[in-house]
Design a protein around this ligand. Structure first.
Ligand code: NAD
Ligand code: TYD
Length: 342
């Protein structure tokens, strides 16, 4: 199988590529297509870059001419689209890159897949397209309305609608997965868990938005990747599959768990100004994917968090490299006023 993985130099994409290349499949040819934005990092893949089944091409999924060339040369059987601007706080600062990468980029890939006869298109989406739950609401099912709240979520919802519209209109073989919050190796330290691990390890304040009572469902990235493999191979065309970890926690519980594992005091926690429009709770009902494809999450939050912290401790050079330059500017811009106001 010839497979294009877009966004393969990011957090989830690089974990997915590693999972595929660990399988002894001589027929696989995998092209990692990534723009290498601030979030894309080829260091995430140094251990697999020499594999003869793997190739990397730098490219922007929203650039139709570039994409046509790549599809023409590689002739993929399938494409899995991870490429996106992925951070809610950045989308609140500036929505424009999200519209271009997440919506226009998806449209360009769909058009190329259709023009070049790509047999399967797997779109990686998020629980955030369903909006926010209250404490007592049942978890999201695939039948929930799509009512996104942040510019990031709205751009991902728009892409989902496009992908499903191409199935309805052109009978394209597409599948959409919507997953809850991932954590694990190679996650860029702008997201809650790696940011808190990094700050705890370096004795910096841990900035918790609002009162810290917001709830997320956490899934270890490798569990997400095994679910994606099942969906890629056996998912039904035109269908949406929710993927969740069945591990709901308040943000403050997550932050305290990190401090406890690394042996740092809770006095490092700083409650800061809330995120505008902050969704209160996400929770996923996994019954479709467990019932139809037999997948279920295998890593508990406690195990996954321990493994993630050990990974960050063992990869100090990786961390040092990613937190230089752009990351420092981002951290000052996003947290400077919030932290000095306390
Ligand atoms: P990430 O930000 O770590 O990686 C995104 C990758 O996409 C980067 O390598 C970046 O260089 C690349 N990219 C961005 N714009 C591009 C463009 N125009 N052309 C080509 N490449 C481009 O993101 P992630 O956390 O790995 O998320 C991957 C996907 O999974 C995203 O679509 C995201 O919406 C979705 N998702 C993420 C989570 C999560 O918790 N991280 C949860 C559910 C769904
Ligand atoms: P995040 O990792 O940005 O994922 P998302 O917003 O897509 O769920 O944030 C997870 C939760 O943690 C969310 O409720 C916002 C909160 N949060 C903080 O309290 N402080 C922070 O510095 C960050 C980045 C997030």
């Amino acid at each position: 199988m010839k497979l294009i993985v877009t966004g393969g130099a990011g957090f989830i994409g690089s974990n997915f590529i590693r999972l595929l290349l660990e399988k002894p499949d001589d027929h696989l040819k995998l092209l990692n297509l990534d723009k290498l934005t601030y979030a894309g990092n080829l260091d995430n893949l140094t251990d697999v870059s020499e594999d003869s089944r793997y190739t990397f091409v730098k490219g922007d999924i929203a650039d139709i001419l570039e994409m046509r060339k790549i599809f023409e040369q590689f002739e993929p059987d399938a494409l899995i689209n991870f490429a996106a601007e992925s951070h809610v706080d950045r989308s609140i600062e500036d929505a424009a890159p999200f519209i271009r990468a997440n919506i226009q980029g998806t449209q360009v890939l769909l058009d190329c897949a259709m023009a070049f006869g790509t047999k399967r298109f797997l779109q990686i989406s998020t629980d955030e397209v369903y909006g926010s739950l209250s404490e007592s609401d049942p978890a999201f099912t695939e039948k929930n309305p799509v009512v996104p709240n942040s510019p990031y979520a709205a751009s991902k919802a728009s892409a989902d609608h496009l992908v499903l519209a191409y199935h309805h209109t052109y009978d394209m073989d597409v599948v959409v997965t919507r997953c809850s919050n991932n954590y694990g190796p190679y996650q860029f330290p702008e997201k809650l868990i790696p940011l808190m691990i990094h700050n705890a390890l370096t004795d910096k304040p841990l900035p918790v938005y609002g009162d810290g009572r917001n709830i997320r469902d956490w899934i270890y990235v490798k569990d997400h990747c095994t679910a994606l493999h099942e969906v890629l191979v056996r998912g039904e065309a035109g269908r949406v599959y929710n993927i969740g970890g069945d591990q709901e926690f308040r943000n403050i519980e997550v932050v305290k768990a990190i401090l406890s594992i690394v042996g740092k005091p809770e006095s490092l926690i700083k409650f800061v100004k809330d995120r505008p429009g902050h969704d209160f709770r996400y929770a996923m009902d996994n019954s479709r994917i467990t019932g139809e494809l037999g997948w279920e999450p295998s890593v508990t939050f406690e195990e996954g968090l321990e493994q993630t912290i050990s990974w960050y401790l063992s990869k100090k050079d990786w961390v040092k490299k990613v937190i230089s330059g752009e990351y420092r500017e981002y951290f000052d811009r996003m947290y400077g006023d919030r932290l000095s106001a306390n």
